[in-house]
Design a protein around this ligand. Structure first.
Ligand SMILES: NC(=O)c1ccc[n+]([C@@H]2O[C@H](COP(=O)([O-])OP(=O)(O)OC[C@H]3O[C@@H](n4cnc5c(N)ncnc54)[C@H](O)[C@@H]3O)[C@@H](O)[C@H]2O)c1
Ligand SMILES: [Fe+2]
Length: 381
């Protein structure tokens, strides 16, 4: 038996932030990162709360790839302040932190339900609608996805005004995260008709609007589309989970702090080659692995279908690499240039163990063993 449910009520479109004026609470805790707190963005939210006499306090000690140590003071703040609801404002790091803080505080303080309202300021993770929260353990150089329905936000507010300030490199990285979510959800062993419909739309939007949003951050139409695509892809993988790409990307993030979407992008062409068993040397054959038909569909959605199965899957890989070049995303770890070859190679075996154990890897369409994963890590050097 399968089931499909969207637990989060989604507010989107022009003036979506006006939803804040309708909130039935008297006291809320805002969880955000220092950049968002100091920018004009947070004011766009607190202004609405002031207008409706909703009291608020702010916890702004969120860092990228949130570590456990930064979650603990947030739990203390929530237990002390006793808000009726939590509002997360920021990228995936802020929303994931808020999810973990709220969930642990509710358990520790034996509090009743505290609704979480997620307001993303990047178009990337889809965390505003997912049951995932990715927390880092810096001592172990690791990143773990926590997965629980209790982490799903009650409400998501998608207001593209908030993403206009996202710089081009973050637009590129987070946009590739959206694309990777949609592609992995689409080929996942837990995929279903509902997740597929959501993933297809997200892929179509990335194909048309990601480059536009990258080239002109003030292109409101492209920004709105990518903000919705991020949420659609989040809904897709919340239903079907992800795959090896994310399992491996989490280790790169934990070990070397490569921005999450950037790590996904570097891996994506290689993981497609592995999952399809189609590479630059492949010749046509009678039968292909199960994911191949799905990759062909993705290529068709992107307008890349051509000649035969092999050339079509190759076209998809080429297109991803083309997008990376257009958006100045390094296509390899060496091109990224922030880690030595020696350190990288020394970490491969441990990263492969982590990727095998990562919750996302379980639904990859082709089973990978440690040697396969190590080879992919070597290939992205
Ligand atoms: N929960 C999930 O379902 C899920 C899915 C994918 C990734 N993740 C996790 O989310 C995190 C990545 O999130 P992210 O990619 O959104 O990045 P992020 O939240 O780490 O933000 C990246 C940078 O962009 C800045 N920023 C945020 N909004 C901005 C704006 N409007 N204008 C200018 N700068 C802005 C932030 O301050 C930060 O410096 C990773 O830890 C990743 O593992 C979670
Ligand atoms: Fe992701």
């Amino acid at each position: 038996m399968k089931s499909f449910e969207i637990k989060t009520k989604i507010y989107f479109g022009d003036n979506a932030l006006d939803r804040l004026k309708e909130l039935p609470y008297k006291k809320v805790l805002i969880i955000t990162d220092p950049f968002v707190a100091q920018s004009g963005m947070l004011r766009m939210i607190t202004y609405k709360l002031d207008e409706t006499d909703i009291a608020f306090d702010i916890f702004q000690d969120v860092v990228p790839d949130p570590p456990v140590e930064k979650v603990v003071p947030g739990i203390q703040k929530l237990l002390d302040y006793k808000p009726e609801a939590v509002i997360a404002v920021g990228g995936g790091s802020a929303i994931d932190s808020a999810k973990a803080i709220k969930d642990f505080a509710v358990q520790i303080g034996r509090l009743g339900q505290i609704p979480l309202i997620a307001i993303p300021t990047t178009s990337g993770t889809g965390s505003e609608v997912t049951a995932f929260s990715v927390i880092s353990d810096p001592k172990a150089h690791a990143k773990y996805p926590l997965v629980s329905d209790s982490l799903i936000p009650a409400e998501a507010i998608l207001d593209a005004e908030l993403v206009k300030s996202v710089p081009p490199n973050v637009t590129a990285d987070t946009g590739m995260d959206v694309l990777t979510h949609a592609i992995e959800a689409y080929v996942s062993t837990s995929n279903n008709e509902f997740s597929a419909a959501l993933a297809e739309k997200a892929i179509e939007i990335c194909g048309t609007f990601l480059l536009r949003a990258y080239l002109d951050g003030n292109d409101t139409h492209a920004r709105q589309k990518m903000h919705v695509a991020s949420c659609l892809a989040g809904l897709a993988f919340n239903s079907s989970s992800l795959g090896l790409n994310h399992g491996m990307a989490h280790q790169l993030g934990g070990a070397f702090h490569i921005p999450h979407g950037r790590a996904n992008a570097m891996l994506l062409p290689h993981v497609i080659e592995f999952n399809s068993d189609i590479n630059i040397h492949s010749r046509s054959r009678k039968e292909y692995l199960p994911a191949v038909r799905k990759y062909v569909n993705i290529a068709r959605i992107l307008g890349l279908q051509n000649f035969n199965t092999i050339t079509t899957v190759r076209a998809l890989v080429n297109w991803i690499q083309f997008m990376m070049k257009e958006m100045d995303i390094p296509i390899s770890i060496s091109q990224w240039g922030k880690v030595t070859e020696e350190d990288y190679k020394a970490a491969i075996s441990t990263m492969a163990d982590g990727a095998l154990a990562d919750a996302c890897t379980a639904t990859n369409p082709r089973k990978a063993n440690k040697a396969d994963i190590m080879e992919i890590y070597r290939n992205i050097w």
